[in-house]
Design a protein around this ligand. Sequence first.
Ligand code: F6R
Length: 296
Amino acid sequence: MGIVHGRAGAGNVGRREILEAREYEIGEDGGNMLVLLNSNYEELSREAARIVAGAVRSKPNATLGLATGSTTVGMYKELVRLHQVEGLDFSRVVTFNLDEYLGLAPKHPQSFHCFMTENFFSHVNVAARNIHIPDGTIGGDYEEYCAAYERAIYEAGGIDVQILGIGRNGHIGFNEPTSSFGSRTRLKVLTSETIEDNRKFFGPGEEMPECAITMGIGTILEAKKILLLATGEAKAETVAEAIEGPITASVTASCLQLHPDVTFVIDEAAGARLKQRGYYRRVMEMTARFTPNRLS
Ligand code: F6R
């Protein structure tokens, strides 16, 4: 599984070289932010999968940045369906997951390794050598390990499409409030809110990890295209802050306002607190009319 179990050294690609080599590729439409309002979770899952599938069809060796979490389950289910029914081919696709809990072995049922195997990898034809998920059992030189993860993304040509969920506190990946917008893959301490939100997935008496390895905000912002998925009213406040609020490290998803090709794929409930809903619908209609490629 790629570098998952590896302990690759920092190698000879320096951080500055990485930063210089990764420049935004702005699309032909000049780059913009879109809000795709869907009527429900099923529709948003299909929309997200449709966009990912389109990226894989147009670039069969695309590099996908993947997220876990309950929001993404429907999208993976639809991608699996597209693979099984329509032959969507992932054989040349390369994947990098955003994060993993520190201390959880890949076989731990609550690990993000396990989530990815159960919801996606065991049902599609992504080559095992092309799968990268941070190793939660890494002990010792975290900085070296995280630098190697960054280097592997660079060597894969950067991320073409990055999938994100959003935490109730506005986190993307495990970039908790106050994370630096320049941050790279690193060890991150989870907030008590995130720990509480995820404790339900762990058995009674089972210890919930308090740290994770996560791609940084700087890593995420270098993806060529970003999709953020959000469902349900519990996310409505933070979605509104991310899209319409000030750009602030207190809501790390608000950094996406700086990205030239980001699409928020949300349902009505998650979009309920947006002030500009009518405007986003009109933008969608005009985009479909004038720059339909932006929607694929
Ligand atoms: C998971 C991740 C997190 C989740 C977020 C939302 O890889 O990076 O940012 O996307 O916590 O989780 P759900 O979808 O479970 O509400």
